[in-house]
Write a protein that binds this ligand. Structure first.
Ligand code: ADP
Ligand code: MG
Length: 336
């Protein structure tokens, strides 16, 4: 493909993230549907060109667990990245629509992400850096693929300044400023898998009630006066078990007030929680296969030296079950 913006017809907005927005487009000359990510970058022309050069590595990424890349170009002041369109969207959207995802499907997701991470690292020495449900995509063929990996150091630098809110899949070592390694992605995978299996973000310790916290993004609230924030990050509202006295509070509302007993924790408090408190687990104990519990526990070992790499985790017992599992993801994807 020699991609030019004027050959792309906008069809539908797919979503917005911190770095920009994603649209479904049609490449008219070839009648190909694509996802076009538009990233607003406040950088010098030389830096933009550097980013574009770095993105070209994606042309060499060929794996059935990685979103295909069609090309990237400058459309001032934006950088546009065109990639394979996944018609079932991302796993956050899927669980928000259909509820908690069956643990056997979650096993297949774990397998796909581990395969994708292993491919990126073994073949290209790329660390993903942003594993989370919205970067795991699904299509109606039942394929599961990862996207938005950190191929471009310059791109990472350029959006770092405007990057807000989603640092919550960050590993303890990353929060503490240690070097990013493949094992940091394994932590993020563990958090993401709990989120899919529970149908809610795991640091929101829902206790006994059925309150709808599925819309995690909706729980990010604007900065309150006097709240701490880290380089402009807004505080995130999350539920905490420390809030046990408020858990019977069934007030439901939008915006910044209490929702089903949620307590407000700033993003800084959340980061401190990740560093200081025990890692989340698949709960309640006994609901899920013990192999699934053990796998997730091993992803969420707080010391990265104790955590395995994606490649080693491919030999995990639960993953070996997922490999031989005959669950039909195409059929599953046809249910939503
Ligand atoms: P984030 O990943 O933080 O949600 P993005 O800007 O990367 O923000 O993506 C916004 C949304 O667009 C995602 O949540 C996802 O649902 C959707 N999306 C991204 N890439 C694709 C794609 N290739 N195919 C279909 N949907 C996509
Ligand atoms: Mg994304």
């Amino acid at each position: 493909f020699d991609l030019r913006n004027e050959d792309l017809k906008d069809l539908q907005e797919l979503g917005q993230g911190n770095g920009g927005s994603v649209k479904k487009v049609e490449h008219v000359p070839t009648k190909t549907f694509m996802a076009k990510k538009i990233v607003l970058i406040d950088a010098k022309p030389s830096v933009r060109k550097q980013i574009l050069r770095e993105l070209q590595i994606m042309h060499d990424c060929h794996s059935k667990y990685i979103i295909s890349f069609y090309g990237a170009f400058l459309a001032d002041p934006n950088i546009c990245i065109c990639m394979e369109f996944m018609d079932k969207g991302s796993l956050d959207g899927i669980y928000k629509k259909i509820g908690a995802i069956d643990i056997d499907v979650v096993g297949k997701v774990a397998l796909a992400v581990l395969e994708g991470l292993t491919y990126l690292y073994d073949v290209h020495r790329i660390i993903h850096r942003d594993i989370k449900p919205s970067n795991i995509l699904c299509n109606s063929r039942g394929e599961i693929k990862i996207c938005d990996f950190g191929v471009s150091g310059e791109l990472i630098n350029s959006i770092a300044d405007t990057f807000v809110g989603t640092s919550t899949y960050m590993s303890p070592e990353r929060i503490q400023g240690a070097q990013y390694t493949v094992k940091s992605d394994v932590w993020s995978l563990g958090i993401s898998l709990i989120e899919l299996a529970l149908g809610r973000f795991p640091f929101s310790e829902s206790v006994s009630d059925d309150s709808d916290l599925s819309d995690y993004e909706g729980t990010l609230s604007p900065a309150r006066p006097g709240s701490l924030s880290l380089s402009g990050l807004p505080p995130a509202r999350i539920k905490s078990k420390r809030n046990s006295t408020a858990k019977k509070d069934k007030r439901k509302s939008k915006g910044v007030s209490l929702q089903g007993g949620a307590m407000t924790m700033s993003i800084l408090e959340l980061l401190q929680h990740i560093v200081n408190e025990p890692a989340p687990r698949l709960t309640p104990e006994g609901r899920y296969p013990k192999e699934a519990e053990a796998f997730i526990d091993s992803c969420l070992l707080k010391d990265p030296d104790d955590r395995k790499t994606p490649k080693d985790l491919l030999k995990d017992e639960w993953i070996e079950h997922a490999i031989v599992s005959d669950i039909n993801l195409e059929e599953w994807a046809s249910t939503f």
